[in-house]
Design a protein around this ligand. Structure first.
Ligand code: CIR
Length: 403
């Protein structure tokens, strides 16, 4: 089996990453919001930080896969380059078909490796100053927009476009257009890369589905249970649709829907809540009293929905534990907790039971976790954090050892 994820905390053996590239250098203050960024990272240091993150996992016995390499391998084999180019172009804002055709021809002239680079880094008008096409009114009116193809600065948050549940895959429908191409990439890898397409992997959700759902909201609690955040990004219908399919097609019997406030600072469940150990979790105290929990189980025509009194009660129930420990991030002060949450203190990545990777900047939270017996491996993230995501957001586990 190439994919196997039956928990949040089993020893991490395979992970999908993306090493930040030139796409990050294409963010300018004007387009921050559209590209879902709050600041502009310094790429050189960001890459060094990301390499150190990858090395931390590799040193603990985890194989690292990169989006860019897998996609290149897909395009190098088979006859997929033109189809891929068409799919990239479908998601752009190009409205003049003559311009689209000129760009299509330009991309077709490139080797597969370069096509993948352009698909990730975007196509800036300055990249192709000699491009010629028949100008229409729209080209004059929209002339100030700098990109023919937008860059994908969020690709290094590999958690969000997909999730492995058991031996199957979920390819998400992203909430915003800024991240749609990421899921298309994952679909190509799933459908055409030999590591994926030779083992009959079930696909429980696809990016062509209508309701948004993002991977930062999906937590595999155990072999039979998934927690899904209902958030700014993940819709109630998305949760219900995925739950129904999981009940029918996988070993999953319970979905714990966890509703968090719909705001930018906590765009996904994993920005405020992650699993650390068999019975230990970390939570941002600022949302603790603002969470609603529902248990979804198999129903007659649609999932049965049971409201649950508290997160703690829900976790105990689905994990069949007498007690669970919810460790508050931020070391006990409101201001520290809020500051560190903004810098992803709660976005821990477990690489084994009770062993997590976190950013070193979140000193109070890290200290608290250590006091509760967690092994905390710190990485630097001064540049990585500027995209609003931490170690969990930056990783898509493909294979974890079963507990
Ligand atoms: N799981 C996560 O919380 N991912 C972080 C995504 C950050 C990215 N800039 C976004 O807004 O989508």
């Amino acid at each position: 089996m190439f994919l196997n994820v039956n928990s949040e905390i089993g020893k991490l053996k395979r992970v999908l990453l993306h090493r930040p590239g030139r796409e990050l250098e294409r963010i300018t203050p004007q387009y921050l919001e559209e590209l879902l960024f709050d600041d502009i990272p310094w790429l050189k240091r960001m890459r060094a930080e990301h390499d150190a993150f990858a090395l931390t996992m590799a040193n603990r016995g985890c194989e690292i896969y990169y989006y860019e390499n897998l996609l290149q391998e897909v395009l190098e084999k088979g006859d997929l380059k033109e189809k891929f180019i068409d799919d990239v172009l479908k998601g752009t804002k190009l409205v003049n078909p003559c311009l689209e055709q000129a760009i299509r021809e330009y991309l077709i002239s490139l080797p597969p490796q370069k096509v993948v680079k352009v698909a990730i880094e975007g196509l800036h008008k300055e990249d192709v100053p000699d491009l010629k096409w028949e100008y229409r009114l729209v080209d004059y009116v929209k002339s100030e927009y700098p990109f023919y193809i937008n860059p994908m600065p969020n690709l290094y948050f590999t958690r969000d476009p997909g999730a492995v549940i058991g031996n199957g895959l979920v390819i998400n429908k992203m909430k915003t257009p800024a991240r749609n191409r990421e899921t298309m990439f994952l679909y190509y890898i799933y459908k055409y890369h030999p590591l994926f397409n030779q083992s009959n992997i079930p696909l429980y959700y696809n990016y062509t589905d209508p309701y948004s759902i993002e991977g930062g909201d999906i937590l595999v609690l155990n072999e039979r249970t998934v927690a899904i955040g209902c958030s700014e990004r993940t819709s109630a219908w998305g949760i219900e649709t995925l739950s129904e399919r999981l009940f029918q097609q996988s070993k999953i019997e319970k979905v714990l829907a966890i509703q968090i406030p719909f705001t930018r600072a906590y765009m996904h469940l994993d920005t405020v809540f992650t699993m650390l150990n068999y019975d230990q979790f970390t939570i941002y105290p600022g949302v603790k009293n603002n969470i609603k929990v529902y248990l979804l189980t198999k129903g007659v025509n649609s999932p049965k929905i049971t409201p649950i009194n508290s997160l703690e009660e829900g976790l105990k129930k689905v994990l069949k534990l007498p007690s669970v420990e919810l460790i508050e991030s931020g070391g006990g002060t409101e201001i520290t907790a809020a500051r560190e949450q903004w810098n992803d203190s709660t976005n821990t990545l477990a690489i084994g039971p009770g062993v997590v990777i976190t950013y070193d900047r979140n000193e109070y939270t890290n200290e608290t976790l250590r006091k509760r017996g967690i092994e905390v491996i710190e990485i630097e993230g001064s540049e990585l954090v500027r995209g609003r995501g931490g170690p969990r957001c930056m990783s898509m586990p493909l294979f974890r050892e079963n507990l």
